[in-house]
Ligand binder design. Structure first.
Ligand SMILES: NC(=O)c1ccc[n+]([C@@H]2O[C@H](COP(=O)([O-])OP(=O)(O)OC[C@H]3O[C@@H](n4cnc5c(N)ncnc54)[C@H](OP(=O)(O)O)[C@@H]3O)[C@@H](O)[C@H]2O)c1
Length: 315
């Protein structure tokens, strides 16, 4: 099968389109014919060989986010049948190999695609959507009427976090440059702040929850936006010196978070799609062979919504 493989750590030129052996589903696993694969910032951090992503060993096939069609099921799988349309973020942060024509992974790491989504949109949902869902619902436990600040609201995670927080009944404030404020409003943001010209910490006060994806000195600045007892959940915080000490001083909570594969979370996201409370904005679609270009784009940090690779030929 065709796959994007990497043999050495380094730049986008390390991504090679190669032929590798098709995986086979083990017990409890499904084999998915991948139609589209989502691209995330962690893909290029991984390519560069940074930090915790070194759990992968070279050579490996890239990618985690996949949408496609179940081609076969392993022993004991009852959740899916061949022909089902599924999406998921299997194995993260271990190797999943989603930038490839087939993926074999635990059935519980996938969910049925809602009919409202095409394959490209479904491939953009798992990693970013699970991050938003797990941070907001499982960690911060957002409830009706709470003030939620999404720092980095226009990106893959942020644009979904706005919608998940709105679906929980929150008042949502999103940060992005001004050219993206109309986009944030369309997604449901109640207030927008241009972080390029305003001090977000000074402008936003009394937040119950901050979802920190970008900016704000990796969460240190954003702590000041919280009311006493509020919580900051950061995709960056694990590496921020002084964050927990400052949170203690302010009487707020702060935690880093790393997304988990989670079929139930995917089903919750699919339900939001079915009830028209969540949509995925695909910024750009590229063919699998242009994975290097997709990495260059995601590394620029300007994507509105998601970048997706079309894996199936003719998709
Ligand atoms: N810990 C986890 O489990 C986890 C999971 C997913 C992602 N992450 C991390 O979270 C970050 C966001 O991921 P993503 O997928 O949403 O990225 P993304 O799709 O690449 O985000 C791009 C968007 O970020 C915005 N942005 C860039 N710098 C900003 C800043 N200083 N303040 C506000 N917005 C800014 C840009 O909007 P403007 O043009 O308006 O700047 C752009 O629209 C990445 O660092 C990623 O690695 C962590």
């Amino acid at each position: 099968m065709r796959a994007i493989q990497q043999r050495e750590w380094g730049g986008p030129e390390m991504l090679q389109l190669v032929e590798v052996e098709q995986p086979q589903p083990g017990p409890g696993e499904v084999l998915v014919r991948v139609i589209a694969a989502g691209v995330n910032p962690v893909d290029y951090y991984t390519r560069e060989g940074r930090a915790y992503n070194r759990v992968l060993t070279l050579p490996f096939v890239h990618g985690w986010d996949a949408s496609g069609i179940v081609a076969a099921v392993g022993y004991g799988v009852t959740r899916f049948r061949p022909g089902d349309r599924v999406f998921g973020m299997p194995q993260f942060p271990r190797e999943a190999g989603a930038y490839a024509e087939y993926v074999a992974a635990p059935a519980r790491h996938f969910a049925l695609m809602p009919e409202e989504l095409g394959f490209a949109e479904a491939a953009g949902l798992p990693l970013a959507g699970l991050t938003a869902w797990q941070m907001l619902v499982e960690v911060a436990k957002v409830t009706v009427g709470q003030r939620v600040l999404v720092a980095g609201a226009a990106g893959g995670v942020g644009h979904l976090a706005i919608q998940v927080a709105k679906a929980r009944g929150a008042h949502v404030i999103g940060t992005a440059r001004a050219t993206k404020h109309a986009f944030l409003r369309e997604l449901g943001a109640d207030e927008t702040v241009d972080y390029t010209v305003s001090d977000v910490a000074a402008e936003v006060r009394d937040a119950d929850v901050v979802i920190q994806m970008f900016g704000g000195e990796h969460g240190l600045g954003a702590l000041e936006s919280l009311r006493r007892g509020g919580i900051l959940v950061s995709g960056q915080a694990a590496w921020t010196p002084g964050l927990l000490e400052r949170a203690d001083e302010l009487g707020v909570r702060a935690t880093g978070y790393l997304v988990d594969p989670d079929g139930a979370g995917l089903e919750a996201l699919a339900d939001l799609v079915r009830t028209r409370q969540l949509r995925v904005h695909v910024d750009q679609e590229l063919p699998l062979a242009e994975a290097a270009k997709a990495h260059e784009l995601i590394a620029q940090g300007r994507t509105a919504g998601k970048i997706v690779l079309n894996v199936a030929e003719g998709a």
